[in-house]
Design a binder for this molecule. Sequence first.
Ligand SMILES: Cc1cc2nc3c(=O)[nH]c(=O)nc-3n(C[C@H](O)[C@H](O)[C@H](O)COP(=O)(O)OP(=O)(O)OC[C@H]3O[C@@H](n4cnc5c(N)ncnc54)[C@H](O)[C@@H]3O)c2cc1C
Length: 261
Amino acid sequence: MKGFNFKTAVNTKEATKLASGRATFLAGGMTVLPAIKLGLAAYSDLINIKKIKSLSGIKVSSKSLRIGATTTHAEVASSKEVGKSIPSLSILADGIGDPQVRNRGTIGGSIANNDPAADYPSACLALNAIIHTSKRKIPADKFFKGMFETDLKKGELVESVEFEVPEKSAYSKFPNPASRYALVGVYVAKLKKEVRVAVTGVESCVFRCKKLEEALSNNFSPSAIDSVNISSKGFNADIHASAEYRAHIIKVMAKKAVSSC
Ligand SMILES: Cc1cc2nc3c(=O)[nH]c(=O)nc-3n(C[C@H](O)[C@H](O)[C@H](O)COP(=O)(O)OP(=O)(O)OC[C@H]3O[C@@H](n4cnc5c(N)ncnc54)[C@H](O)[C@@H]3O)c2cc1C
């Protein structure tokens, strides 16, 4: 493991200023630290953002729920406000990894990292989220670009994630039994103007499933999913599951999600 400088930023301006060259932000460290230890990544500086007060916390209004970037998964899972406003989000947060990961990992770190099997990116797409950064507001539809790739520019900090409060929503995950990452995760949301369905764990990046959205827009019930044909073309295939199996599980998880809405 190579050495690095450890710096703590006290505000967002300082954090973005420090994040130049081969520096990276450090939130929960649940991805950064294993990556460094395993020799998969090397940085000159780790910029600790956990001391920036404005980056944590949860704010609710009748239309939206805003979660600060350094809010941990455990805080989201146990928040009464989240449980009341978007219960499916509490369930999602409670199903991430294990207690250690949930007590360290943050929503900002999760979406900035954009692991193809992470849970939060599906919530962002399904709940039509706006990602507030140190520079701009990015709609979730434009944020997730590819495998471990987002629209964030070098030194741009995620400050908070604002979710639309849905009429109904649910998240169903078929987890990898070891890591709890999604083999397949399906987030279904009935918003005021549209139905959105986001799928994680299946391709190199989270995506919206237009076929399921169409079927559920016409008839928001589990039976509407029966006639949808999901092609496995381009889906992930690995030691855990074939592409065809993942295609099958998408429908199973989507039905489960709609049933529990
Ligand atoms: C054993 C294990 C099991 C896991 N299981 C799951 C699971 O089931 N589901 C799931 O979704 N995830 C899972 N995770 C991932 C975990 O939940 C974390 O969300 C994730 O590792 C990143 O969050 P973090 O706060 O630890 O970020 P860090 O590791 O500190 O940072 C990750 C990346 O994001 C950047 N970053 C962090 N915060 C910001 C910010 N505010 N703005 C811009 N960039 C930022 C960092 O620079 C870095 O590049 C698991 C991780 C482990 C180790």
